[in-house]
Design a protein around this ligand. Structure first.
Ligand code: SAH
Ligand code: SF4
Length: 396
């Protein structure tokens, strides 16, 4: 008690400047030490789990060093370039009930749509006429022979209308190996299937517990896609409820070990009509989810220098120049939405999805201007394949 009284009644004023100076020196020393250690980590050829977590937690100057490094690698390996994939969200009908997704089967506050073949082909023709190298066909997940035949037929027709020139990426969820093969043989050559979360227990928390939402099956699907010969893309959501830094480090390590060719990852953004909304109050603030996503992209660019990385649209839902920031620090693919405007409002995977009232033409001119602002060139008329894929295939 006596000691406590002495300490609080002691007059610090004569010493205050001395104390502040000592504190400042300690702080400066700490900063120099941290900078040194971040620089050392960034020089390593292989990052450990601890290194990844340190970099994901970096702030201020450390964070700047991370972004500088990833931007340098992008410029050196890929160049200051981006390629477009015209995104056609051709149906929001889905048989699954992922707990985070706005178009899940259980959401009844939604008008379901399914574009006609003609509408899809018109959108593909728009991409071709505007010299986009590729398109991406995305939808909710449905497994049926009719759907499989329909998609095969569309691939033939898209190849036909573009004289074989348009590259085709598919993102239509889990299917059998035979169906993946059928679409590959028809001419699709890239597939995007996000693993969503590589920690199985986290995966189970964000999906219903049933056979339709089976982590192992999703992994097997990714393996089949890779075995068949697709440029294989995966990714995760960042800032999910229950997710830890260690989970995010595991996600990056998984992508490296699985040897993916492409990655599309973005911030998790809550949707009011989904079960996960109950955890909204526990989530990281949106700006922190955004920042973590940029760090994940930067780290992946450092760890896998020659893969294709998408600047996800969800980034723009948080920051109006979110995609451009992602391009500056490592992403090299943008997916301009070329879905006919009147359907876009019904493909809301998350709240505040941007550009839902734009047309395909609006998206193109807007994106081109945005990309040039960050001193990057849009490459037209090329597929923009993953360099990693070419090297991987040659080494098989
Ligand atoms: N049905 C297919 C493709 C369409 S969904 C599939 O699931 O693979 C495309 C992606 O949207 C999903 O992989 C998921 O990562 C993302 N997504 C869904 N809901 C989201 C949300 N609330 N916030 C951010 N991304 C979301
Ligand atoms: Fe369907 Fe894909 Fe949404 Fe899951 S994430 S509910 S599979 S659209």
């Amino acid at each position: 008690m006596l000691l406590y009284d002495t300490v609080i009644s002691w007059d610090f004023s004569p010493y205050i400047f001395m104390i502040l100076e000592i504190m400042h020196k300690i702080d400066t020393k700490k900063t120099i030490f941290a900078l040194m250690s971040i620089s050392k980590i960034l020089e390593k050829d292989i990052l450990s789990r601890e290194d990844i977590i340190t970099l994901l937690s970096s702030r201020d100057k450390d964070r700047t060093l991370l972004f500088k490094k990833s931007a340098e690698i992008k410029e050196q390996i890929i160049g200051k370039k981006v390629w477009f994939r015209g995104l056609i969200e051709f149906s929001n009908v889905c048989s699954k009930d992922c707990l985070y997704c706005g178009i899940r089967k259980g959401n009844k506050n939604l008008k379901r749509y399914n574009l006609s073949d003609e509408e899809i082909l018109t959108a593909a023709k728009f991409a071709y006429d505007n010299r986009y190298g590729s398109i991406a066909l995305q939808s909710g997940e449905l497994e049926s022979p009719i759907i499989a035949d329909r998609i095969e037929n569309l691939i033939f027709k898209i190849k036909d209308l573009s004289k074989g020139e348009l590259g085709i990426t598919l993102s239509v969820g889990e299917q059998t190996r035979e169906i993946y093969q059928k679409w590959y043989d028809a001419g699709a050559h890239r597939y995007l299937l996000r693993i969503e979360a590589t920690n199985e227990s986290l995966y189970r928390k964000i999906h219903p517990e049933n056979k339709k939402h089976d982590f192992r099956r999703r992994m097997e699907c990714l393996k089949s896609l890779q075995d068949i010969g697709y440029q294989t893309g995966t990714g995760v959501m960042i800032g999910l409820p229950f997710q830890t830094m260690d989970d995010l480090a595991s996600d990056l390590i998984f992508m490296k070990e699985f040897n993916i060719d492409m990655c599309g990852m973005g911030p998790y953004i809550e949707h009011a009509d989904t079960p996960l909304i109950q955890y909204a109050a526990d989530l990281l603030p949106l700006n922190e989810r955004f920042d973590l996503t940029l760090k994940m992209i930067a780290l992946l660019r450092i760890m896998m220098k020659d893969i294709n990385i998408v600047a996800a649209t969800a980034l723009q839902a948080i920051d109006p120049i979110g995609r451009e920031k992602a391009i500056m620090i490592g992403a090299n693919i943008i997916m301009p939405n070329i879905t006919p405007g009147r359907y876009r409002d019904s493909y809301k995977l998350y709240d505040n999805k941007p550009c839902t009232d734009d047309s395909a033409e609006d998206c193109q001119s807007c994106l081109e201007a945005r990309v040039s602002l960050v001193d990057t060139e849009v490459i037209y008329g090329e597929w923009g394949d993953s360099q990693h894929y070419d090297k991987r295939r040659k080494s098989i």
